[in-house]
Write a protein that binds this ligand. Structure first.
Ligand SMILES: Nc1nc2c(ncn2[C@@H]2O[C@H](COP(=O)(O)OP(=O)(O)OP(=O)(O)O)[C@@H](O)[C@H]2O)c(=O)[nH]1
Length: 488
């Protein structure tokens, strides 16, 4: 992941400091130098590095003066806050709403992922119930029309464009007018990708903006762009009133510091991040959660949001059944469909402190296994799905029929039954725990209100291999402690 290396270096510097018996001026200076080195190596602009050092120093001095708290804790918090501040200009972004017609214009450098992000943005708000449409006002790049049209069709979003009109200003104006008449809540206008040298394209961008008067202008930039993007972002901002930023390609192995610096140049909030080429590879951006994840502290808040988005939360009917310890194959089927909606299993694992990089389930392999489970469940009868006595029901001849019907092998069906049985066991155990409180109020986990007894209960509910990968009972308690520190 982008910025992972930077996060690891800063995390290591903080850890090194926490092992020292005395934390005096020298130690603070050494830490700041190490952080500065890591930032510069990651391609962060020098002025941002200086700004960050100053803000850490000021916060440490002020807090120490005010509360006389443990210096290590103050430093940790100050580093966290300083990085967060770069990514969070403290401005509230524009949020499209249902029944409030709005127009959002997308701008950015060529190849930044603008067209892809437009579709992801449209699909995101369509899922939230907004009537959404896409307008292609990119007449510069051959193929832009077809690309957006195909993306829109795939995402089942209304598309407007023209293959005969060459003036993007006319297309944008007419498209927005027509879609407004059709009572769309959210009209998204994709414009041509630009380079600094192409002043004509910059003028055209300004004309489109004046013609459609958007409620928000989203600047799309790629995390793979280097230092130069800082200056370019400032130029876009100077030409049109950029209100929000989307950073794409955070899944790539890039240094990422250029993007970090450019965000500061736009002084606009990041609203989403792109984490892959597919429409679901799109996450709402939360500075605190992002920095926590970057520094290897996990990202439980995003996980809770993601789970809610996919209907995996304690208020859903399915989870009420889980809380009661009830679990049939149909429940498993519904649950797996929700889980695969979340995207790759590896990505979900990354959000859980201590689970990042867990082998076995992570990556595309895990997703493929879950999908194969869904195909096999598809081949079952209603009676099989709804009867709780699965072990008894799954005779060799039934397994043979399910394997044939789903194009899978008998060992794969057996594996599904074994997984179901393990899962059922966990649900039964969780049913006896205060699961509702834990999921409905993640704060209870974070604030440490979930005590040792609950950690022990959770340990019992996990399968032994997973518990081992988490570092046993000690690792699990550490993970909970980490969660509690994150919230403070
Ligand atoms: N890995 C990864 N690839 C992405 C992401 N977003 C976009 N891409 C890819 O980046 C490439 C360029 O994306 P486009 O959406 O065509 O870029 P654009 O900015 O509209 O291009 P122009 O119209 O030429 O300015 C495509 O191959 C996309 O699939 C992302 O978050 N991660």
């Amino acid at each position: 992941m982008v910025l992972a290396e930077l996060g690891q270096k800063i995390g290591a510097a903080l850890q090194k400091m926490s092992k020292k018996t005395v934390v005096g001026e020298e130690e603070v200076k050494e830490l700041l130098n190490e952080i500065a080195r890591a930032l510069l190596q990651a391609d962060v602009n020098i002025s941002i590095v200086k700004q960050l050092q100053t803000s850490i120093k000021t916060e440490v001095a002020l807090t120490e003066e005010a509360v006389g708290m443990n210096k290590r804790k103050i430093l940790q918090q100050a580093v966290f806050n300083a990085i967060r501040k770069i990514l969070d200009p403290g401005v509230k972004p524009f949020v499209p709403r249902k029944n409030v017609p709005s127009v959002v214009m997308f701008v950015g450098l060529q190849g930044s992922g603008k067209t892809t992000s437009c579709t992801k943005y449209a699909a995101f708000f369509q899922r939230k119930g907004l009537k959404t449409a896409l307008v292609c006002a990119d007449t510069f790049r051959a193929g832009a029309y077809d690309q957006l049209k195909q993306n829109a069709t795939k995402a089942k979003v209304r598309f407007y464009g023209s293959i005969v009109e060459a003036d993007p200003v006319v297309i944008a104006r007419e498209g927005v007018a027509e879609l407004k008449k059709e009572k769309y809540d959210l009209i998204i206008v994709d414009t041509s990708g630009r380079h600094r040298q192409e002043s004509a394209l910059f003028d055209e961008m300004k004309q489109v903006q004046e013609a459609i008067q958007p409620n928000d202008i989203v600047f799309v930039m790629s995390a793979t762009d280097g230092q130069g993007v800082h200056e370019q972002a400032a130029q876009f901002k100077a030409k049109v009133p950029v209100g929000s930023v989307i950073v794409t390609k955070l899944d790539c192995h890039a240094k990422g510091g250029g993007a970090l610096s450019a965000v500061a140049a736009t002084k606009s909030p990041i609203i989403f991040i792109g984490t892959g080429e597919h429409v679901e590879d799109f996450e709402l951006f939360k500075p605190e959660a992002f920095v926590a994840k970057m520094l290897g502290m996990g990202d439980i808040t995003s996980l809770v949001d993601t789970l809610k988005d996919a209907n995996i939360d304690s208020d859903s009917e399915l989870y009420k059944r889980f809380q009661e310890g009830q679990f049939t194959l149909r429940d498993m089927y519904e649950h797996l469909q929700n889980v695969t909606k979340l995207g790759s299993v590896g990505k979900i694992m990354e959000m859980i402190p201590g689970m990042a990089g867990m082998s076995g389930l992570a990556g595309d392999h895990g997703t493929a296994v879950l999908k194969s489970f869904i195909y096999m469940l598809d081949s079952m009868t209603s009676a099989e799905l709804d009867d709780g006595k699965v072990k008894k029901l799954m005779t060799p001849s039934r397994m043979h029929r399910i394997a044939r019907g789903s194009g899978r092998s008998i060992p794969e069906v057996q594996n599904l039954v074994v997984s179901y049985t393990k899962f059922e066991d966990v649900v039964k155990k969780i049913g006896k725990m205060n699961f509702k409180q834990m999921t409905a109020d993640p704060g209870s986990l974070m604030s440490g209100r979930v005590g040792q007894q609950q950690a022990a209960q959770l340990a019992k509910a996990l399968n032994p291999q997973m518990l081992k990968q988490l570092g046993g009972m000690g690792g699990l308690q550490g993970m909970m402690k980490q969660l509690s520190q994150m919230k403070q």
